[in-house]
Design a protein. Structure first.
Length: 733
């Protein structure tokens, strides 16, 4: 048993009774309990003195030889050994060791004695629960706690985390506690903000260990229906004003002339407004002048930029016909256009047939920088816009704001970061992060005390390097992982909390405000962890790994909330929607699954099939997925698969709305303001594609605004019609 843990008398009686019943039923001579991961010794009877030839076997369904005292018979596993030529010693117990063991002792040619032992492996409990719940004043709420994997069975109790020690909750008229098997519920009646709001603790304890999980209960005043209606009306009016302003901005004369015609059109029609030829020529001339200036400043090993023609500035305006359009405005059903392609320079010292993959690409949150792991330990930091004459003007204007801010310090220059190891993961911190001299004062006192943008790089040797983007200086080197750091994610709140996912089967939480201190290690995955993603509201962390499952963790308590089961192969990519209401996961099984992260419900699956499947369909991995990501407005998904296609999906449809051919794709990401998708390939190239840029319907804007601060449980508790609840929870579109 675990040292320092004292079992209660009730557990001893229950455990002894269960073991006694099994002992009698099986006709065993002994029942031994061993703790998981510990060592144990099974004795062959209780007789001392000289021994004959001793042999140990497993007798669960059929006899399996383990080891013998004869030197000519080696043990079945290196963990098995004999003590005093008779006792079986097992190192590092695991769950597979549980079962019936038989010791056979040959005393002479005619007499053999057998001794049977049942080995029971004890293990501490594991808890699953919801991270937060909401109750309205005067109402009731039920908290649920599920125990799994515990032996002996765990005792479950509820505590209130108000004082130290925590207060045990007893059943009363205000609190109702029920338990069925290893599941317990706490029902709180007549909720009060003063008495009931706060943390509740579910504790599971057995003789091996104790586990606790925190649940936060929010108690709110009943919703004011009038206030909700007023908010919705205000959002509708705001959306109408935005659309009117855009129409007047782009072509007021055209709006005046077609106003009467547009009112007579069907509500599903699309109007496309394109820049005049004079404006396009002026833009091309300005861009050509800037290109000549920048060409003189390029480095000795420049990045090759392949241009693919001018892209018109297009704005699609659609009146939201629910039956035809779903929840967003219809984008043009055309293939994504290739805007530009970046190729690394090719110095002769590199072997370009290996280690040249672009495993990760990333835009800074404000859209002012683009990072690209171009292979051979090199990361390129490129100011954005890349080539202004090739970028749709709609988001070009947004990225100029950040560009103008840097002009006072000089125009940003392209930077090359030599990381010393193959780079697998990239992540930008939110911009701007708060000033933090603590982070780099010891290492780089010459760095000015200004708000800075940070880039984290995950390396092949398990290291994480932290860089200051504006200067290209190395700030920190984080050590802890034992294998490849596959993915990285910063909390969107700007707190400089970094999460890393590694092939060593763990996730690690780092606080860069405390010199990169490791504050938590999350274990539980059985295979490589491929991806991690933090919800925009900073409440949840998703991790995807090779054992077909997806884990959801609480970012408040760093405990496991639930496992999402549904994929049939390794899960390699995940992403949250901008309002935190949806989670998508991509797997080698060719499927993208859309989940409700609050309930764990599987909402829909997007299956990837080949456009022109070969006659021999024996290769089941031809459409294995590599990456999935949400668009900034939350209406579309982009996926990259091994069938050489980039796909764009609308959430309400089960088939892609657009395709683009691309070879050896590995990763993809949207530009933060929309309109462009960046993809990385095995050849070390980066390609930029056009993406749907549309005005969201007013319904979707309202839903996005509400879901940014309401969980699924809170929406279901609203006194509104069922159809509206289904729409707000993405059950319908």
């Amino acid at each position: 048993m675990a040292a320092g843990v004292r079992a209660s008398e009730s557990w001893v009686l229950v455990c002894f009774g269960a073991l006694l019943a099994r002992w009698v039923a099986a006709g065993l001579e002994a029942v031994i309990i061993g703790e998981i991961h510990e060592n144990i010794t099974l004795h062959c009877g209780n007789i001392s003195g000289p021994r004959g030839l001793v042999t140990w076997c497993r007798n669960d369904s059929e006899s399996v030889f383990l080891l013998s005292s004869s030197s000519s018979l080696p043990p079945a596993q290196s963990r098995f050994s004999l003590v005093n030529a008779s006792a079986l010693h097992i190192e590092a117990l695991n769950l597979q060791d549980e079962g019936n063991y038989t010791c056979s002792e040959v005393l002479n040619k005619t007499e053999t004695r057998r001794f049977q032992v049942w080995l029971q492996v004890a293990r501490s409990p594991s808890l699953l629960s919801e991270p937060m719940k909401t109750c309205f004043v005067g109402g009731s709420v039920t908290l649920t706690c599920q125990v799994s994997g515990a032996y002996p069975p765990a005792k479950i109790m509820w505590l209130r985390n108000l004082t130290q020690p925590k207060v045990v909750i007893q059943p009363s008229g205000h609190h109702l506690i029920t338990q069925s098997g290893q599941s317990s519920t706490l029902t709180i009646r007549n909720c009060s903000q003063d008495l009931d709001e706060g943390y509740y603790v579910c504790r599971a304890e057995n003789a091996v260990g104790v586990r606790e999980v925190d649940i936060w209960l929010s108690v709110k005043e009943p919703l004011n229906i009038g206030g909700i209606v007023a908010t919705v009306v205000s959002l509708l009016l705001l959306g109408l004003a935005i659309i009117t302003g855009l129409l007047l901005y782009y072509s007021p004369v055209f709006c005046w002339k077609v106003g009467s015609t547009f009112r007579r059109q069907d509500m599903g029609d699309v109007m496309v407004l394109v820049d005049s030829e004079e404006e396009e020529m002026e833009e091309e001339e300005d861009a050509a002048e800037e290109e000549e200036e920048e060409a003189s400043e390029r480095e000795e090993s420049p990045i090759e930029i392949t241009k693919y023609g001018h892209i018109h500035r297009v704005t699609a305006l659609v009146n939201g016909n629910v039956d035809q359009m779903g929840n967003g405005l219809q984008a043009l059903q055309e293939e994504p256009l290739l805007l530009a392609e970046l190729k690394p320079g090719r110095p002769h010292q590199f072997d370009w047939k290996s280690s040249c993959e672009t495993w990760s690409v990333a835009f800074s949150p404000d859209g002012s920088w683009f990072a690209w792991s171009q292979g051979h330990c090199i990361v390129k930091l490129i100011p954005w816009p890349l080539e202004e004459q090739f970028i749709p003007k709609g988001f070009e204007a947004k990225s100029r704001s950040s560009k103008n801010e840097t002009k006072g310090r000089g125009s940003p220059k392209e930077k090359t970061l030599d990381c010393g190891q193959i780079v697998w993961g990239l992540a930008f911190s939110p911009w701007p992060s708060p000033p933090s001299k603590k982070l780099w004062a010891r290492h780089h006192p010459q760095v000015p005390d200004v708000s800075c943008l940070i880039l984290a790089t995950g390396l092949n040797d398990g290291q994480i390097k932290i860089w200051e983007v504006q200067t290209g200086l190395l700030l920190l080197n984080l050590s802890g992982h034992q294998d490849v750091v596959r993915d990285l994610s910063f909390t969107p709140s700007g707190s400089l909390i970094l999460v890393s996912a590694s092939r060593d089967k763990t996730l690690r939480i780092w606080d860069l405000n405390k010199h990169g201190k490791q504050i938590q290690v999350l274990s539980g995955h059985l295979q490589w962890v491929y991806c991690c993603s933090i919800s925009p509201d900073c409440s949840m962390l998703c991790s995807a790994a090779g054992e077909k499952s997806v884990f959801l963790w609480s970012m408040r308590s760093y405990t496991l909330i639930r496992k999402l089961e549904g994929h049939q192969s390794s899960v390699v990519s995940c992403d949250f929607s901008p309002d935190s209401a949806l989670l998508v996961t991509a797997s080698y099984d060719t499927n993208v699954i859309m989940w409700d992260p609050y309930t764990g419900e599987r909402l829909r699956s997007l299956h990837h099939t080949q456009l022109n499947p070969p006659m021999d369909d024996s290769d089941v991995h031809i459409s294995s997925l590599r990456s999935v990501c949400f668009s900034p407005e939350g209406l579309y998904l982009a996926t990259v698969a091994d069938d050489r296609l980039l796909r764009i999906w609308a959430l309400e449809l089960k088939t892609p709305i657009a395709y683009a051919p691309m070879t050896n794709g590995l990763c993809c990401t949207f530009f933060p303001h929309g309109g462009v998708i960046a993809t990385g390939t095995r050849d070390g190239h980066v390609q930029f594609w056009t993406a749907p840029r549309v005005l969201s319907s007013l319904k979707h804007l309202c839903r996005k605004a509400l879901r940014s601060f309401l969980t699924t449980y809170q929406v279901l508790a609203l006194p509104i019609p069922k159809k509206m609840k289904e729409f707000l929870t993405y059950r319908t579109f």
